[in-house]
Write a protein of this length. Structure first.
Length: 199
C-alpha cells in the first residue's frame, strides 16, 4: 500500500494556484497597509539606495524558484489583501540581518482583537529562516524557542528583527525579536536553530 501511494504521489502533477505569468510581488505597499507600515517600508527603501539593505520580493508561490513546483506559500495563502500576513522583508548582508515589517490581519485572530500566538511564531520562523537562507543557503528549522511578552493587536505595525548569530558546521543559530513599529513595546523574543541542507 505504501508503494502504491508513493507511485501515485510520484505521478500526480502539482498544480499552481497562481500561474507564473501572473506573479505578483506581495511585498509592495497596497491599500490595506496602515501609515506606520508604509512609513517603515519607505525608511528601509531609502536605506536600500546605498546597497547596505536589499528589499526581498515576496510571491505567493515558489514556482519562480523551483522548476515543476507550484505550491502556494503558507504566508501568502489568501487571495485578498489585508486579511492575513501583510509584510515585507529587507536583508542586510554585512550584518547577517533580516527585518520584517508586519501587519497582522483579521484572519490571524486568536483572542478577540489580538493576533494568534501561532501567527507570531510563523512570522518569526519565516523572518529568521529567510535571514538564514540569505546568509547560508537552504536551511530547515530544527528548533524555535519563543518568549511572548505582550499580545499583538490586529492591524498594528510590528518590526521583526532577526540576526544570524553564529554558524557551526551545518548549524545556523539565529535570534529574533518583535517590537512595536516605534520600538516602545517588546512583544516577543526568540532563538532559533536551523540546519543547512545537505546537498
Amino acid at each position: 500500500m505504501i508503494r502504491r501511494c508513493g507511485r501515485l504521489l510520484h505521478k500526480t502533477k502539482v498544480r499552481s494556484h497562481c500561474p507564473t505569468e501572473e506573479l505578483r510581488d506581495f511585498g509592495l505597499p497596497n491599500a490595506t497597509w496602515n501609515k506606520n507600515l508604509k512609513d517603515l517600508y519607505n525608511k528601509f527603501l531609502e536605506l536600500s539606495k546605498n546597497g547596505s539593505w536589499k528589499r526581498i520580493p515576496s510571491h505567493n508561490t515558489i514556482a519562480h524558484h523551483l522548476q515543476g513546483i507550484g505550491k502556494r506559500m503558507f504566508l501568502r495563502n489568501l487571495d485578498s489583501d489585508g486579511l492575513g500576513f501583510e509584510y515585507c522583508m529587507f536583508y542586510n548582508k554585512d550584518e547577517r540581518r533580516m527585518v520584517c515589517l508586519f501587519q497582522p490581519g483579521p484572519y490571524l485572530e486568536g483572542p478577540p482583537g489580538y493576533a494568534h500566538g501561532g501567527c507570531i511564531a510563523t512570522i518569526i520562523d519565516s523572518t529568521a529562516g529567510a535571514g538564514a537562507v540569505y546568509t547560508c543557503g537552504s536551511v530547515m528549522t530544527a528548533n524555535l524557542n519563543i518568549t511572548y511578552f505582550k499580545p499583538v493587536p490586529l492591524g498594528c505595525t510590528l518590526f521583526v528583527d532577526s540576526h544570524v548569530d553564529k554558524i557551526e558546521g551545518r548549524k545556523v543559530y539565529s535570534s529574533c525579536h518583535i517590537q512595536s513599529y516605534d520600538g516602545v513595546i517588546l512583544h516577543a523574543e526568540a532563538s532559533a536553530l536551523f540546519i543547512k541542507a545537505n546537498h
